[in-house]
Design a protein around this ligand. Sequence first.
Ligand code: KG4
Ligand code: ZN
Length: 360
Amino acid sequence: MAARIPDSKFQIPNSPLRILGLETSCDETSLAILEVESLKSKVESRIRLKRHETISQIPIHQRYGGVVPEVAARSHVPEVVSLLERAKVFKRDSFDAIAVTRGPGLATALRVGIEGARTLAFLSGKPIVGVNHLEGHLASAWLVPKNRRNWKFPILFLLVSGGHTELVLMRDFCVYEVLGRTRDDASGEAFDKTAKLMGLPYPGGPEISRRAAQGQAGKFKLPRPMLNDASLDFSFSGLKSAVRRVWDDLPASKKTSSINDLCAAVEEAIVEVLVSKTLRAAQRFKPRAVGVVGGVSANPALQTGLKRALTALGVKFLEPPRGFYTDNGAMIAAAGLWQLRRNGLKGSWRGLEAEPELDL
Ligand code: KG4
Ligand code: ZN
């Protein structure tokens, strides 16, 4: 491919427009190509995922009991290359713009995706947009066709991932207000850390959720941190300490037989706090719809609890984004589209940097 002069004026292609999304912020390497009728098109039904492939590093990090940043970054390098190769992005006109996660996330892991995307933008002469990973999670709900039909602002989101727990009011595309956030651990972290102290594999969320379905929550009494606090903030580190005390006090002979019950109690405590704070925010801000996104949104007890509470309140509950719960390139492409619609096709590969601490 001949190198063109970068930063030249980008031509908005006649329809369709294909956005390549690349995600490397943590332990998933993912690439997607999202096709829309045109940049200006508001016909939200005509969105197609032409390609979507994710390589999970979970088996690698399981050996260490959690994500090792340096290992994550090094693994992303060959994975990004093979995803780009398999998507045939070096073929002429295989995409029209690039969206890449610029933060938040692990600095070295973010840099792998950013440098790959910058190089591709430089070589292809195509525009690039740096995407906020958290906005990407919000956009994951929009990838569900039924949700696009019910997409009426303001929308309240419960954003629950491994690194974040936030209540976000989306007033328009790219316009957000963070109503509350965790003061210490994120809910995903609470699942992961409590699982680890019980000797369960990483990531803890799916493991606890699976075991919880076979246990009885009532066998253990755990705290509901900040449940009755008037703010919309969260706190989960006290819960982790309480689980550690319960676990340490259990005689060795009882640990194996009690683990499913303790998992059920952990899940119940986390879900109860998340559901009641979301409900409180919905009562206070009167959104036209409520959604849940991020890795923890895969949790069936959380989905059921939110649906029940919001239906009782008479507020539309958006479908949890099945297939897009955990980190993925499709949500980055979708958030990239939102940004490109707002700012036009003018992003340059110059000056795009990783922002590990980025917030909404
Ligand atoms: O959004 P995500 O893939 O990564 C970040 O951006 O952090 O979320 C990963 C988190 C992990 O903490 C994982 O334990 C949690 O999502 N998770 C779950 C479930 N599946 C994944 N937590 C509870 N129940 C699940 N079924
Ligand atoms: Zn994430």
